[in-house]
Design a protein around this ligand. Structure first.
Ligand SMILES: *Cc1c(COP(=O)(O)O)cnc(C)c1O
Length: 382
């Protein structure tokens, strides 16, 4: 796979060698159940709490406020379903946005079946939620708002501080899906007006199948998994210790490298655009021009359909995406691009490049050259 170029890190990332190394002993020697009182269990418990401390420190949170889950999806479900159910006697109105990940949207749709009402806020053409729309949507029975930190398809960073500050005044719970922003933006929950925040290990070079929900003190939540009393009775099930240790190591590596990664991703975006300008091909960058995550680059090449571009890139061993992994493979237009109300020719030719730690600026240049060749070949023929 060495001649392959992978630009789909928003879908998932490879496990960092240091992460694998940190995890291995917890799959072999230290296999105890953290709930057991004997030595094997105590050793596992110690590792679990050390991992919790590390991840909490990385996001400037109280370690006790972290609940480990089996994915970012589960963290979103726990926040939304658990947060709504705990408050159902207070009110049954929830607000989210049209551009959320399906883990949030489908959890909200489930709540609609359970008697909740959900308002799905629109976004502007940059993919940003407008505070004015949120203010208008709030009702006396609104109990929960969920707005993502950074969008996984176009990269737009939402006005989380403004939204959270407004909701604090109103006394309404605020959850943010920070799965995609975590690791590329500095997230310090103690300084953020959020009550719940979801993260996932496999988006930051940790293993798949581990996530966490930050839950501020005194925030009411009902568990969605029922069983043992793990995670202070908020998430039953024996902890994925090796995965959690890997998650912690991934945050450690990220902490050390974040600044360098971010500047590399910015240079990659610049390099790709320089190639396209030089080649004289038309392109349009989707998402917000400034409030955008450095690793997500969503670009349209009008005249070349998304699926055609992806297939042609795959032929030259370049992996990119149409946006969300869940909608690729189907020709259906992404709900995010739809919500942005771009012209059809723009949304039907959108490609998402998402960068990761092993990518180089040279790779970005070569990928951009490949794109330029494809555009020149296909648009000339048309
Ligand atoms: C990947 C992703 C998720 C889901 O996380 P998993 O750990 O894959 O379940 C949720 N939200 C966003 C924004 C994501 O990018």
């Amino acid at each position: 796979m060495s001649d392959m170029m992978y630009f789909d890190h928003a879908a998932t990332t490879p496990v960092h060698p240091r992460v694998l190394e940190a995890m291995t002993p917890y799959l072999t020697q230290v296999f105890g159940n953290p709930s057991s009182v004997h030595g094997f269990g105590r050793e596992a418990r110690k590792a679990l709490e050390q991992a919790r401390d590390q991840i909490a420190a990385f996001m400037d949170a109280d370690p006790q406020s972290l609940i480990f889950t089996g994915s970012g999806t589960e963290a979103d479900n726990l926040a939304i379903i658990g947060g709504a159910m705990a408050q159902r006697e207070r009110g049954r109105h929830i607000i989210t946005s049209q551009i959320e990940h399906h883990a949030v949207l489908h959890a909200c749709e489930y709540l609609e079946q359970e008697g909740f009402e959900v308002t799905y806020l629109p976004v502007d053409e940059t993919g940003s939620v407008r505070l004015a729309d949120l203010k208008e949507a709030v009702r006396p029975d609104t109990v929960l708002v969920s707005i993502m930190y950074g969008n996984n398809e176009v990269g737009t960073i939402q006005p989380i501080e403004e939204i959270g500050t407004f909701l604090r005044e109103k006394g309404i719970l605020f959850h943010t899906d920070a799965v995609q922003a975590f690791g590329v933006l500095p997230i310090r929950v103690r300084q953020l007006p959020v009550d719940m925040l979801s993260v996932s290990a496999h988006k930051i070079n940790g293993p798949k199948g581990v996530g966490a929900l930050y839950l501020a003190k005194k925030v009411p939540i009902e568990p969605i998994l029922h069983g043992g009393s793990q995670e202070r009775k908020r998430r039953a099930g024996t902890e994925n210790l090796a995965g959690i240790v890997g998650f912690a190591e991934a945050t450690k590596v990220t902490e050390e490298e974040m600044d360098d990664r971010v500047s590399k991703y910015k240079r990659m975006k610049e390099e790709m655009q320089a190639v396209w300008k030089e080649a004289g091909i038309a392109y349009q960058v989707n998402g917000h021009p400034e409030m955008v995550m450095p690793h997500v680059f969503n670009v349209s090449f009008v005249g070349v359909h998304t699926e055609t571009m992806l297939m042609n890139l795959d032929l030259v061993h370049i992996a990119a995406s149409s946006g969300s992994a869940c909608t690729s493979g189907s020709l259906e237009l992404s709900h995010v691009l739809k919500a942005m109300h771009l012209e059809d020719s723009v949304s039907h030719s959108a490609i998402r490049f998402s960068f990761g730690i092993t990518n180089t600026v040279d790779e970005a240049r070569r990928a951009a050259e490949a794109v330029a060749k494809i555009v020149q070949r296909l648009v000339k023929r048309a």
